[in-house]
Design a protein around this ligand. Structure first.
Ligand SMILES: NC(=O)c1ccc[n+]([C@@H]2O[C@H](COP(=O)([O-])OP(=O)(O)OC[C@H]3O[C@@H](n4cnc5c(N)ncnc54)[C@H](O)[C@@H]3O)[C@@H](O)[C@H]2O)c1
Ligand SMILES: O=c1ccn([C@@H]2O[C@H](COP(=O)(O)OP(=O)(O)O[C@H]3O[C@H](CO)[C@@H](O)[C@H](O)[C@H]3O)[C@@H](O)[C@H]2O)c(=O)[nH]1
Length: 437
């Protein structure tokens, strides 16, 4: 199949490389010339395990190319829309200008029988609106909503072996001609057993926002439990293990800590709130507002606990923050709780040094006022308190005995509950987890 991928950020770059890996002829189109040039030389513009290797492999086959010229979409059978839908400034709603512009620029190159596939995460109702625009120009083309569920850090394997495919087609029917086209695009994963569900476009759009809302809810639920555990002297980690043993609940996404961040969960639940409000579905709005509020309170709680750990004053205290990315195995700092906490601590008078194995360049662009140190030992040296905020393996493996002699005070706040508290305490550290005694 000939495929165009419009928007080659995190989602689009991975999707383009994976589609070429599946044997298709793919052109990736992005307005950012620098991204196009990096991707064309097999350099991933962001850290994603396995992506550079995959890019190199598929670029060598000649099946994949990148360009900033949207006219190159002409002749493709399938056009994937993968541009960003960030949160609007000062509002909860999604900014749809990139999707609208991408579709407007693509319109002249859509031919009879082409399938335009929406992969971006959008407010419900977007597909119907875009289908109207497409039909005006090319009545014999189709629009499908096919949301993406990949996780950063696992993006390549999630794209090649997803849990499921969801196709939202106009009449919601298996017989819709676009179903057979997408089945051909995803022939390899489908033949190895990936389930697919055919539905109508609004349901497909909602599957995505509901899935992210549910994941966010699980995290905020366990963080609310962490607050209770803290007050009652209980251990939220054992609690999560025990409730997670119930198959109906499951242990995944029950790790209490500093809360969720990233380029998806926070902005997606807010966009969902905004859309639910517009539709008059107030219960979803109220419910998700609390999920968001619990999440944001975790950041405030970490500041309070750090102050308590530092003898009730942050003024002039040297704090080493381990982690800047919103999660390990990523250099993405969009809405990173670690960086938001680091910036707040500095505003409140602490002298903060942030370290991270991959995300420091991105962090410095967003928070130029913070001090960054690539070597964790240098960052930790002479500190009055250590905050583990992104659970990179190398921070999990830190040896409390080796670090004791280099710090000013042996105090650690484990924002992800991943360290062995007994071991750190035995080495003479004051250890504080979140929702753990
Ligand atoms: N990042 C993820 O893990 C992930 C996973 C699933 C779904 N999504 C959704 O996918 C969408 C994209 O997310 P992302 O993280 O890749 O965003 P991103 O900001 O990394 O990438 C968006 C890309 O689109 C490009 N672009 C903007 N306007 C364009 C246009 N008119 N033509 C061509 N290119 C254009 C930008 O230059 C950028 O490279 C969002 O809706 C997001 O919610 C993201
Ligand atoms: O038990 C947990 C699990 C995760 N997190 C945090 O939650 C955030 C999001 O993590 P994750 O979902 O792994 O990252 P993303 O790559 O943003 O992926 C989410 O967002 C994508 C974009 O919509 C979806 O495609 C994915 O399915 C969905 O998991 C991160 O800050 C994690 O630290 C926790 O605090 N506790």
């Amino acid at each position: 199949m000939r495929i165009s991928v419009i928007g080659c950020g995190y989602l689009g770059a991975v999707h383009a490389a994976c589609m070429a890996h599946l044997g298709h002829e793919v052109v990736g189109i992005d307005v950012d010339e620098q991204k196009v040039s990096e991707l064309s030389s097999a350099r991933a513009p962001f850290y994603e395990p396995g992506l550079s290797e995959l890019l190199e492999q598929v670029l060598n086959t000649g099946r994949l190319s990148f360009t900033s010229n949207v006219a190159s979409a002409s002749g493709s059978d399938v056009h994937f829309i993968c541009v960003g839908t960030p949160q609007k400034k000062g509002e909860n709603a999604a900014d749809m200008t990139y999707v609208d512009a991408a579709v407007a620029k693509l319109l002249p190159y859509i031919s009879e029988g082409d399938v335009v596939v929406g992969k971006s995460t959008v407010p419900v109702g977007t597909a119907a609106r875009l289908a109207g625009l497409i039909k005006e120009i090319q009545p014999l083309a189709h629009l499908v909503w096919n949301p993406e569920f990949l996780r950063e850090g696992h993006a390549v394997s999630d794209t090649l072996n997803p849990d499921r495919f969801v196709y939202g087609v106009e009449d919601g029917s298996e017989d819709h001609p676009a179903v057979a086209v997408l089945d051909e695009v995803y022939a390899a994963p489908l033949s190895s057993g990936t389930p697919r569900l055919v539905t109508d476009p609004p349901t497909a759009e909602l599957v995505k926002t509901a899935a992210n809302s549910f994941l966010a809810t699980k995290i905020s639920f366990i963080n609310a439990m962490a607050e209770v555990c803290e007050a009652a002297g209980a251990d939220v980690t054992s609690l999560a293990d025990a409730i997670g043993m119930d198959d109906r609940i499951g242990r995944k996404f029950l790790n209490a800590g500093i809360g969720f961040g990233g380029g998806c969960l926070p902005k997606d639940i807010r966009a969902f709130m905004a859309r639910a409000g517009e539709l008059g579905a107030d219960q979803a709005l109220t419910f998700l507002r609390e999920v968001d509020a619990i999440n944001m309170r975790r950041r405030t709680r970490v500041i309070e606990l750090t102050r308590a750990l530092c003898d009730d004053s942050l003024l002039g205290k040297r704090i080493a923050v381990l982690g800047a990315a919103f999660k390990p195995e990523s250099d993405d700092v969009r809405d990173s709780p670690a960086l938001s906490i680091a910036a707040q601590l500095q505003l409140q008078g602490a002298i903060v040094t942030v370290t991270d194995p991959k995300a420091l360049k991105n962090a410095a662009k967003r928070f130029p006022e913070l001090h960054y140190e690539p070597d964790p030992v240098n960052a930790i040296s002479k500190s009055d308190a250590l905050l583990l905020l992104t659970e990179w393996q190398e921070y999990r493996d830190l040896d409390p005995y080796a670090l004791s002699p280099i710090v000013a005070a042996a105090r650690i706040l484990d924002g992800r509950n991943v360290l062995n508290a007994e071991k750190w305490r035995a080495a003479g550290w004051t250890y504080k987890g979140l929702g753990r005694p």
